[in-house]
Design a protein around this ligand. Structure first.
Ligand code: ZN
Length: 378
């Protein structure tokens, strides 16, 4: 399989290509992709996964009961946070990281609550310690996630967020919907991003109320500050509830501002429209329209077995499959890009950062999400 500095993945299936292929890796790159004379090995090679949105500080935290809705889950988490020890936060984050890596993830962005308790210090340090224990297996990016208790409008909260960037956080985040003036909160966060140079990743419009959508404001405010390409927004459920003409305008503005939209299908299906029998509203953002307009669209796992969601395993293939089903997105290339940091295939010159899945095709992999999987670095 390998000789010298080179390595070959023989007789494999590849996304977007018919037939059987030999993939040769050399010097950290895909050196060649050639038709194979061998029979199919039953292995599929994909770009290694990038998990764009998790919550490592509270994954697997035991909960007293299932949540009634999003607000109930937030309140349950606020009450539970004080009972966590740094050791258990670190061990649970490590469990999340190990599972994601076993599924083929090489990068993960995780939000860590930036709470009034200690500015998120305890949990951020615990999650960072867990990330260090992964060695080079998983690159972890930490978002200092300003909860509703820490509105960035207030100077001291912005100072605390800036301090978090000096203490293990890489990205500025917030949940603004419950703040007195969400637009002002977004403006304050983006001002801080401009001043510090840190990227932004907000939980936005995680509800289905068209009269409380802040995505258009985020796009305008991003462009006004020249922050194109540095802002990410998760959820954006309310976009799907806007009147058609306004929705079209917002999608175009999002694309123009280079805002990455992270769709969290499991969480939206589980929490949106919840509370009174079978939900009529399913809560997914306008996935098709954003993809068609060229906006970067990613699919994430979000919460794993905590107060917000009792299932999940940080498997990017599951997020892609759920997006395919829930958004009826039948474009394998868009599904793959959504969990591979924008990569859509395996081509010569690409980084040799790949995952081998025991499957006959991408369709087969999405249908079964099989393992064991092996990450290959050339
Ligand atoms: Zn989240």
């Amino acid at each position: 399989m390998s000789s010298g500095g080179a390595r070959e993945l023989a007789a494999v299936a590849l996304p977007g290509r018919e037939g059987v292929w030999d993939v040769r890796l050399e010097n950290g790159r895909v050196a060649s992709v050639e038709r194979s004379a061998a029979p199919p090995s039953g292995r599929l090679v994909l770009p290694a996964f990038h998990e764009p949105h998790t919550h490592g500080d509270r994954a697997f935290a035991p909960i007293p009961r299932v949540p009634r809705d999003l607000l109930d889950a937030i309140e349950m988490t606020e009450a539970m946070r004080a009972t966590f020890s740094p050791e258990e936060v670190e061990e649970r984050a490590l469990e999340l990281f190990r599972r994601a890596a076993a599924h083929g993830a090489v990068r993960m962005r995780t939000h860590v609550d930036h709470s009034p308790m200690d500015g998120g210090k305890r949990d951020r340090r615990a999650v960072r310690a867990a990330a260090r224990r992964m060695g080079g297996e998983l690159e972890v990016e930490i978002v200092a996630f300003a909860t509703r208790e820490l509105d960035p409008v207030e100077r001291r909260n912005r100072d605390a967020l800036a301090a978090a960037l000096e203490d293990g956080a890489d990205v500025l985040g917030a949940f603004v919907a419950l703040n007195p003036d969400p637009a002002a909160s977004l403006d304050a966060l983006l001002d801080l991003a401009r001043d510090t140079g840190a990227p932004v990743d907000v939980h936005l419009d995680e509800h289905c109320d068209p009269d409380a959508s802040w995505l258009e404001h985020l796009a305008d405010a991003t462009r006004a500050r020249g922050l194109e390409g540095r802002v990410t927004a998760g959820h954006c459920c309310a976009l799907a509830m806007l009147p058609r003409v306004r929705a079209r305008r917002v999608v175009e503005k999002v694309s123009d501002a280079g805002i990455t939209i992270v769709v969290l299908p499991a969480l939206n299906l589980y929490l949106q429209g919840r509370g009174n029998g079978t939900p009529r509203v399913r809560g997914l953002t306008l996935v098709h329209e954003l993809v068609a307009d060229g906006a970067p669209v990613r699919f994430g796992s979000d919460n794993v077995r905590d107060a917000f969601y009792p299932y999940g395993d940080a498997d990017p293939l599951e997020a892609a499959w759920l997006a395919g089903v829930a958004a009826q997105l039948d474009d394998p290339s868009a599904l793959l890009a959504g969990v591979c940091g924008g990569r859509r295939g395996v081509e010569p010159g690409d980084p040799a950062e790949l995952v081998v899945v025991p499957a006959d095709s991408l369709q087969d992999a999405l249908a079964r999400r099989p393992g064991p999987r092996q990450v290959v670095r050339g």
